[in-house]
Write a protein that binds this ligand. Structure first.
Ligand code: AMP
Ligand code: GLY
Length: 421
């Protein structure tokens, strides 16, 4: 089979490495891929958001199956366009990807179908939003409606911060059109859990749970990033909570999307907060998480391509989705300065052991050498029988990845370890 994977980060590298385990895979093209993915797939210089370019490439190269991994091509309708020329795809169509593409849509969906989430109000008028904030409970959370590279959420600890956030989104338009509508919601507290789930629109099969580390600095300080590391499983996600989530959140979400005529297939990501009043949805993503994928897929014992095809063919109920009873930890090396500004172009070296355990995110090939080209550069994953060992090994092995101006957090997994004790 000839496969096409749209995207070019650490998540896509993890997906490609897992897909390669299937013997029927002859060729994988990554659009655009990256300098590290080039070791595992044929990278083609077509951007992940160039939908006509992707479609032309797929047609000319007789692609049998496509995986669309990032949010923007999904929201732009890459799956619809590939389906139109007869290519089956892993991922939702645009009318279902809206569950991530519009926070107003997802909040209204949850309200309409009684799915637990933070209380909220939607505004398209700045004065009304500012008036509401005059006596809203503080802290409060301000969210831009559309995609904003993971930066569209502002937690305001004072009334002034909340008002400034509203003005920056609605008057200064720091997120462009994404901020034309905003959601102001209740501040929730509790441990956060990421659950990625395969679904064919009827059956939901959750993957092993995970914990992201979104802040740039140790002890969860500093700016929000795309994620500086992950562990799986998440110790807060007990079997009892998993049962509640299936009944109160996962199945109702699938049913709600069907009732709206927006059947969701692919990977649905539930960003959950375990509050004293039960699990609540913080956000939905219409795709695999990054770097959650880098700890979840290494624990998957079943064949990924078979599962993906089952989500497309509606046969997920009969398909095995089995995870190892082990622990995984992924440690990201980022460029110093990320998530704001940072220098690029530094050569990356890896020991053979590090190379075997590392997913490459922000790097390109220059004269045959791998050099840094992004904020998050690499993610090194270790799998072990205990969480403690997985953390230790991930750090030890990631010592074998080196480049100038590199930084990583030193406490990935420590909160999870405390929770276990
Ligand atoms: P997002 O960009 O939607 O992933 O949100 C970024 C982070 O903001 C989440 O991981 C949470 O830590 C935090 N967050 C979002 N919504 C809330 C909320 N209602 N209450 C507390 N924290 C929140
Ligand atoms: N790691 C969070 C996300 O992929 O959105």
């Amino acid at each position: 089979m000839k496969l096409l994977v749209v995207g070019g980060g650490g998540r896509e590298h993890a997906i490609i490495k897992k897909l390669k385990e299937n013997k029927s895979v002859e060729e994988i093209y990554a659009l655009p891929g990256n300098g590290g993915i080039a070791a595992d797939a044929t990278c083609v210089g077509i951007s992940a958001t160039d939908i006509p370019g992707i479609v032309n490439f797929a047609k000319e190269n007789h692609i049998d199956y496509a995986v669309v991994a990032p949010d923007d091509p999904l929201v732009l309708g890459a799956v619809d366009a590939l389906n139109e020329i007869g290519i089956p795809c892993f991922g939702p169509r645009a009318n279902a990807a809206i569950i991530e593409g519009s926070k107003v849509f997802s909040k209204n969906l949850m309200k309409k179908y009684g799915i637990p989430t933070a209380a909220y109000e939607v505004f398209d008028n700045m004065d009304a939003a500012l008036k509401y904030l005059e006596d809203a409970p503080i802290p409060t959370v301000i969210k831009a409606d559309g995609l904003a590279l993971g930066k569209g959420v502002i937690i305001a600890n004072t009334r002034q911060e909340a008002m400034d956030a509203v003005r920056s989104m609605m008057a200064d338009k720091i997120f462009g059109k994404s901020g034309e509508h905003i959601v102001i919601e209740e501040f929730l507290e509790g441990p956060e859990v990421s659950v990625l789930a395969f679904t064919d629109g009827k059956t939901v099969k959750p993957m092993v749970s995970s914990m992201d580390h979104k802040r740039a600095g140790d002890g969860d300080t500093g700016l929000n990033t795309g994620g500086m590391g992950t562990v799986a499983p998440n110790p807060y996600y007990t079997p009892e909570i998993a049962g509640r989530c299936m009944k109160e959140i996962f199945l109702p979400t699938i049913d709600a999307m069907n009732a709206e005529g927006r059947s969701f297939t692919g990977c649905l990501y539930f960003g959950l907060m375990l509050t004293p009043n039960g699990p609540k949805v913080i956000e939905y993503n219409c795709r695999f998480g990054d770097p959650e994928t880098q700890v979840v897929l290494p624990l998957l014992e079943s064949d990924l391509l078979t599962i993906m095809q089952a989500t497309t063919g509606g046969t997920l109920a009969q398909t095995e989705v089995k995870f190892a009873d082990k622990h995984a930890c992924c440690v990201i090396w980022a460029s110093q300065g990320y998530p704001t500004s940072y220098k690029k172009g530094f050569e990356i070296t890896m020991t053979p052991e590090a190379s075997a355990h590392t997913y490459v995110a922000g790097a390109k090939l220059e004269n045959g050498k791998l050099v840094t080209s992004g904020g998050r550069v690499t993610g090194t994953t270790a799998v072990a029988d205990t969480l403690e060992e997985a953390i230790w090994e991930a750090y030890r092995i990631s010592d074998g990845v080196q480049f100038q101006n590199a930084y990583r957090r030193s406490d990935i997994g420590q909160r999870a370890l405390q929770a276990l004790k």
